[in-house]
Design a protein around this ligand. Sequence first.
Ligand SMILES: Cc1cc2nc3c(=O)[nH]c(=O)nc-3n(C[C@H](O)[C@H](O)[C@H](O)COP(=O)(O)OP(=O)(O)OC[C@H]3O[C@@H](n4cnc5c(N)ncnc54)[C@H](O)[C@@H]3O)c2cc1C
Length: 600
Amino acid sequence: MPQYTPPVRDTRFVLEHVVGLQNFSNLPGFDAATPDVVDAVLEEGGRFVAEVLFPLNQSGDQEGCTRHEDGSVTTPAGFKEAYKRYVESGWATLGNLPEYGGQGMPHVVSTAFQEYMISSNMAFAMYPGLTHGAIAALLAQGSEAQKQMYVPKMVSGEWGGTMNLTEPQCGTDLGLIRTKAEPQADGSYAITGTKIFISAGEHDLTGNIIHLVLAKTPGAPDSSKGISLFVVPKVLVNDDGSLGERNAVTCGSIEHKMGIHANSTCVMNYDGAKGWLVGEEMKGLAAMFIMMNAARLGVGLQGLGIAEVAYQNAVQYAGDRRQGRALTGPQEPNEKADTLFVHPDVRRMLMEAKAWTEGLRALCLWGALQVDLEHHASTDEDREMAGDLVGLLTPVIKGVGTDKAYEVATNAQQVYGGHGYIQEWGMEQYVRDARIAMIYEGTNGVQAMDLVGRKLAQKGGRAVQAFFKIVGEEAAAGKADPATLAIAEALEKALGQMQAATMWFMANGMKNPENVGAGAVPYMHLTGLVAVGLMWLRMAKAATALKASGEGDSAFLDAKLVTARFFAERIMPDAGALRRKIEGGADTVMALPPEMFRAA
Ligand SMILES: Cc1cc2nc3c(=O)[nH]c(=O)nc-3n(C[C@H](O)[C@H](O)[C@H](O)COP(=O)(O)OP(=O)(O)OC[C@H]3O[C@@H](n4cnc5c(N)ncnc54)[C@H](O)[C@@H]3O)c2cc1C
């Protein structure tokens, strides 16, 4: 049976020393996030997920969801009760706005809690996760009446939310959407079409489900410019807020899939369902992107959550399992064999997992802070800077975070040898669950294209230049201290590789856009190395300062310093190879005609 302990000490270290939560106490929401309150959220939230959600993770995976003849869907045993406890204990409202019934905690604090939820039960965490995305879109684009009608009950957890983009003929290319929205005399629209792969499209956890649906109005252009966003409740809501008639939207079937079995993935049939326009007609994609951006950061966090729990279990197993002897001779001569921990190759896998997981935690939380600052920083300049960083880092946190998390999960499985392949140990579930995060919310290839095709050039390259400046200055300062020299030097080198690769794109992308497409994923990973390298420099700097002042647990701080050096010496050198791949261009990637890929 796998185990999970919320990594509260590490979260606290990151919040204090990388995010610097205490420096923002003048901003809305942050004033309430005193160290005591944050500690209580982490401790109590950690206890809640470990005691209530984690025990349902394996059973939920094995049982899955069930669709019934009438189109209703039941979640696995225990989920309904756990969801009720989640709502009653107030966890649903943590990061939401007080004017809609939320507790108004900073996004960065609720993100820390969400990581714990994901580690304990990713499939469960997706139900409220999608609701949060739908709330974000309604708040940004909905009318005042729509906000009042739907948001408070979604915030409280009484109602759920979904996002309906995908159709059989379109996933990445949303311009191909066929779902139709016909205007009605009463100002509503009749929505007709089929959506597939809709997470949490139907379930038994909430009294209503508020679907946000992309569709096209009559005469709209046959491209992404013709898409509008609609709110379509599963059960129609009366003016007084009570539930009315059932709307004409049903779950046609649920998918049988590789992982996240306890989250229902639905085919949704809209048969003239009543919907209302959200925001402006034909501006639906922009509205949906508000939701997608929040959701993409959430998917990056899913990577982190799974990496953490997989890593924790691999560490436990490596300490219990005895095979062979250390290369330097028996470490425990009284035992028949040493533990797996003595083997450098097992250590390599565990160190890579530790370095990526802790580094990604810092990056996810720093990214979440930027989301807070984008809305609440006190000057226009600070808000713009935070917005630029959110835009630049979102595809990196999603794409690199989930690619690396999958690697961490498979390496954690590898530490178990054959036992990792056996269901009972739980590791194969983590590999299966981690896999989807690389695909949905825009595949990681599409994240990379978003980074190089849109984010790099936006506003004359302002975001990437700001990022270069932050990294360059911190790396230069880090070189002055022998304790941070290794990571600062490695970071400076990797930054140089990223700057050179960026110049190469500028020089060669115009000549042939396929050069950019072929280098996009390596460039995203190069950016990820630099961003996580920056996090390790900050963690090393904080650990050095705490040690010098005699504060903190010195074993924990020493481990931070060693892991920072490991990241510098064993992971950051990949930056050079990534740059070379980018500069290899598209020639060999695109040279072969499709028939040369086929066997016959
Ligand atoms: C379990 C699960 C849950 C999901 N939940 C939801 C949900 O709640 N709501 C929702 O609307 N959708 C959901 N999806 C759909 C998901 O977001 C899409 O599957 C995903 O965006 C990819 O679309 P596609 O499957 O059509 O692949 P395609 O778009 O056909 O892509 C196939 C391949 O081509 C690549 N590709 C395509 N276009 C480009 C391009 N322009 N440049 C570079 N590469 C490209 C892709 O990277 C991919 O490797 C879910 C899917 C799954 C499996």
